[in-house]
Write a protein that binds this ligand. Structure first.
Ligand code: KG4
Ligand code: ZN
Length: 346
């Protein structure tokens, strides 16, 4: 006898993407709608929380409606409503949380609270699910850089995180220094393709022999000093640089960040004797990082399996929210209507 699929509607509004998706049984993607606010924040060179919140309010209803229509589901065959309620911008998160609570109440469906970072981690499981434990997971996004000891989708154990800037934040800030278009990550990657990664030796902060934490503010400052001089009083050399020089800085910066990410992941994998490495988050869309981590896993003795989020599910989306929610649904982990957004991660 065939059992009925569990359809979960996922909602994501933690930063600058309004997203909704319907996923069946945690793996079958029935729809994925993402309304990006890039155009609205472009001229400010970063996300403006107030603008993000207003845009979420405008888009949340059409985005959810489109996700339901595209998936061919209605309230009767939707089994639960899941929403990312932390971490993120509270005035952005509150829009998704309010929508999810409203639907849960109106449709009499269970509500599931999702940690956005754990959802990024889950997106690495969308590729294949034959996970061999123990596993190390690296999440690299605009707001976070985290290493987890991953035993199950419900219990990732945090081993280390950034003590200052996140990796994506460093990409965005360096793109700003180099006057490359917003968002910075993809712009740096594009510019770096024509550059020499060994042209400039930017610092690689490893924070002590055993540390699994990250620090990226030093490298960002090194790029700034390289372009404007140590005292910051000189001319902005970026204005006079040719494309090749910009490309060399982008490539050298990218190589330094990737070097740190790979070495720290290797260190963490060694520490727990990991069989598998998982990679997710916006920066995981970076081809050089994907390749470098693949090389590290292939060259390990014995080689490790690498599970990377499909490119379209690296940056913020609601598929990862609905997919993780399936595991919480099966475990009976539901939230009440008192659910609140939280800026930090628990
Ligand atoms: O996960 P995400 O969509 O949002 C947060 O949860 O923060 O990540 C966004 C971050 C931004 O900093 C963006 O510049 C970075 O991911 N990013 C990239 C690439 N694509 C997006 N960084 C490096 N290379 C890329 N191709
Ligand atoms: Zn994210």
């Amino acid at each position: 006898m065939q059992t009925k699929a569990i359809n979960i509607l996922g909602i994501e509004t933690s930063c600058d993407e309004t997203a909704a998706a319907v996923v069946a049984d945690g793996r079958i993607i029935k729809s994925s709608i993402v309304s990006s606010q890039t155009k609205l924040h472009e001229k400010y060179g970063g996300v403006v929380p107030e603008i993000a919140s207003r845009a979420h309010i405008e888009k949340i209803y059409p985005v959810i409606t489109e996700a339901m229509e595209q998936a061919g589901v209605n309230k009767d065959n939707t089994d639960a409503i899941a929403v990312a309620n932390q971490p993120g911008l509270t005035i952005a998160l509150v829009v998704g949380v309010t929508a999810a609570k409203t639907l849960s109440l109106a449709w009499d469906k269970p509500l599931i609270a999702i940690n956005h970072l754990h959802a990024h981690l889950q997106s690495a499981m969308l590729a294949k699910e034959d996970l061999e434990l123990p596993a190390i997971a690296l999440i690299v996004s605009g707001g976070h850089t985290c290493l987890y000891d991953y035993h199950s989708p419900l219990e990732p154990k945090l081993l280390g995180s950034t003590i200052d800037d996140a990796a994506g934040e460093a990409f965005d800030k360096v793109a700003n220094i180099l006057k490359l278009p917003y968002p910075g990550g993809p712009s740096i990657e594009k510019a770096a393709k024509n550059g020499n990664p060994n042209a400039i030796k930017f610092p690689r902060s490893m924070l002590g022999r055993d540390s699994l934490d990250f620090s990226f503010s030093g490298i960002k400052t090194a790029v700034l000093y390289y372009c404007r001089g140590q005292d910051m009083k000189g001319e902005d050399k970026v204005d006079w640089m040719n494309e090749r020089e910009i490309a060399d800085i982008a490539a050298s910066f990218q190589a330094a960040v990737i070097d740190v990410l790979v070495k720290k992941t290797q260190r963490a994998a060694k520490k727990i004797g990991a069989e598998t490495v998982l990679l997710g988050g916006g920066v995981a869309a970076n081809s050089e990082l994907r390749e470098a981590l693949q090389k590290m896993c292939d060259n390990a003795v014995p080689p490790k399996k690498l599970l990377i989020a499909p490119k379209q599910y690296c940056t913020d989306n609601a598929v990862m929210v609905a997919s993780l929610a399936y595991h919480k649904f099966r475990a009976g982990l539901f939230a009440g209507l008192t659910l609140e957004p939280k800026a930090g991660s628990e």
